[in-house]
Design a protein. Structure first.
Length: 347
């Protein structure tokens, strides 16, 4: 029997499903609770809403499985804050999902790591924002959290579980990014860096105060060059095609996002308009609600509409609404950054 490499399987699968919308990838926020208080975090809990029960989650897992979902991420908040996390994971694993766990690692205690070693996930995506206690805990704001995350990394690697480590670049760890990269490289893990910070879901701009300057973000290109990762994009300024479509991303075409409260939301940052999975089916939400959202058109002459360098910009309508109260109004920070990136491309 010929062994099929995962990359070949994934490419073949995507090619076969590219002709029509199908929910092949999904994220489920198991909770918005977290055991850290990271200064840059965009998450804000809604105390008036109640999290899905175990039974409600398994019912949703049954529905998305029936509709063709293959890749599934459990995220939060911190998903391991749920006391029934392993029960949920076990159920999803039995359904055959390729599961990614997005975690800060603090609750990766031996019991959980031992179980995952027996029933491995597709990936554990762990966030590490510092390699010294001072830097890490200046961001996490929880004493003792640095020691716990480093212990978790060691346990995960000792069990040879598939680990990815990512870092969010902020004003508080910019000075330490080289050290973080060196540490992650020494583990034989690819360094994943992201510098985009967003307002909280309740509209608070506080996380944005920790953004790097556009010049500092551009300076991070050295990390991509060092590991050979290309930042080239098939989208180029000369290939720009004018469109009045407000949403230009792939959200709602091949992917979906579910909140801890059973809301099928268009994307992580779009919480005002959603489909209640406690009242309707996932199939109805994906194939009826999502297309309605995607059909939204620009109502103004926003300069974002005809921007020829939008492919370099992190602006999107939900983020614009969070930051400006207007989904069509440009976010000045992202606009400045995109233009500086464009200048670099043309240089």
């Amino acid at each position: 029997m010929t062994k099929l490499e995962y990359r070949d399987f994934s490419l073949d699968f995507h090619q076969k499903t590219a002709s029509k919308p199908i929910p092949i990838k999904g994220q489920i926020e198991l909770t918005l609770r977290c055991n850290l208080r990271c200064v840059h975090c965009y998450v804000a809990k809604d105390k008036a809403k109640h999290e899905l029960s175990f039974q409600e989650i398994t019912d949703i897992l049954d529905q998305i499985h029936q509709q063709g979902c293959l890749w599934l991420s459990f995220t939060g908040g911190e998903p391991l804050m749920r006391g029934d996390f392993l029960d949920i994971y076990r159920y999803a694993k039995r359904k055959g999902f390729l599961i990614t766990i997005l975690t800060n690692g603090i609750l990766m205690v031996p019991e959980i790591v031992e179980y995952l070693a027996e029933e491995p996930p597709f990936s554990i995506d762990l966030t590490l924002n510092g390699v010294t206690q001072k830097t890490y805990e200046s961001i996490s704001q929880v004493p003792g959290s640095f020691r716990k995350v480093m212990e978790a990394i060691k346990m995960i690697l000792d069990k040879k579980l598939p680990l990815k480590i990512k870092t969010k670049a902020t004003r508080l760890n910019y000075h330490e990014l080289d050290k973080i990269k060196h540490f992650i490289d020494s583990l034989g893990i690819e360094f994943k860096l992201n510098a985009m910070l967003y307002p909280r879901l309740d509209g608070s701009p506080e996380p944005c105060s920790f953004r790097l300057s556009p010049e500092q973000v551009i300076s991070l290109d050295r990390f991509f060059q060092d590991n050979g990762e290309s930042r080239e994009n098939d989208l180029k300024e000369e290939n720009f095609i004018p469109s009045d479509n407000l949403f230009r991303c792939a959200a709602g075409v091949y992917s979906f996002h579910i909140s801890p409260y059973g809301e099928l939301i268009f994307c992580t940052f779009m919480r005002k308009s959603n489909f209640d999975l406690r009242k309707g089916s996932f199939k109805e939400g994906f194939y009826s609600f999502y297309p309605k959202v995607r059909s939204t058109k620009y109502q103004t002459n926003s300069r974002c509409k005809d921007c020829r360098i939008f492919y370099l910009c992190s602006q999107c309508p939900p983020l614009a609404y969070l930051e400006n109260g207007d989904c069509e109004k440009p976010i000045d920070y992202f606009c400045q950054l995109a233009h500086k990136l464009a200048e670099n491309e043309r240089a």
